[in-house]
Each structure stands twice: as C-alpha cells, then as structure tokens.
Design a protein around this ligand. Structure first.
Ligand SMILES: [Zn+2]
Length: 103
C-alpha cells in the first residue's frame, strides 16, 4: 500500500510547475480542510528524499508572498501559509509552492 508521502512524491515527480498544498491535495483527493497537514508531510518527505537519493533529488519551495505588497516570507521556521502580512497586514497571502529538483 502506498503511503501519503509516496503519493505526494509521485505528484511532485510528475508536476511540471511548482504546486501549492491545495493543488497537491486536490490531485490526491484530500478534502480542503485536511490539506494543511500536507506541510508537515512534505517537510518530512523533503528530508527523506534528500537522504535516500544521496542529494540528487531535492524538494524545494518558493516562499509564500503577500499578494498586496509583495512581501516575501523568507525565514519561516516551519513551512506553511502565513495568515497575514507583517508589513501591510493584508490577509491575501500567496501560499508556498513546492517542486522536486533533480541534479
Ligand atoms: Zn503585504
């Protein structure tokens, strides 16, 4: 049986563009309310993939960005979608997008 992480990896392997957790969740038929936990799953998966591939495969992400002022959330301790912009207080935040890179 395939685990959720294996299925996420499969989606990322087939993706041509970076994907948000919403897009990954939709492809895996995960209900919207359960998609937030994908951030943790992807963080774990990223460590496993890098180790198992000997560093030839890597899950990278584009950091979340404020849709209003363009502020980029660069130094997140945990990858997620922040709820509001520290600069302009807007709640229109573009979520991080994940991509699998191969060397
Ligand atoms: Zn902003």
């Amino acid at each position: 049986m395939e685990t959720l992480r294996q299925r996420i990896l499969q989606v990322l392997e087939e993706a041509r563009e970076p994907l948000t957790v919403d897009e990954i969740g939709a492809l895996l038929r995960i209900p919207a309310k359960d998609r937030k936990r994908l951030y943790d799953e992807i963080a774990h998966l990223a460590r496993t993939v890098e180790r198992k591939s000997g560093g030839t495969m890597r899950i990278m992400y584009e950091p979340p960005r404020c849709a209003n002022c363009g502020y980029v959330f660069k130094d997140l301790k945990r990858i997620r979608k922040p709820s509001r912009c520290p600069k302009c207080k807007s709640e229109r935040i573009l979520p991080p997008r994940f991509i699998l890179l191969r060397k």
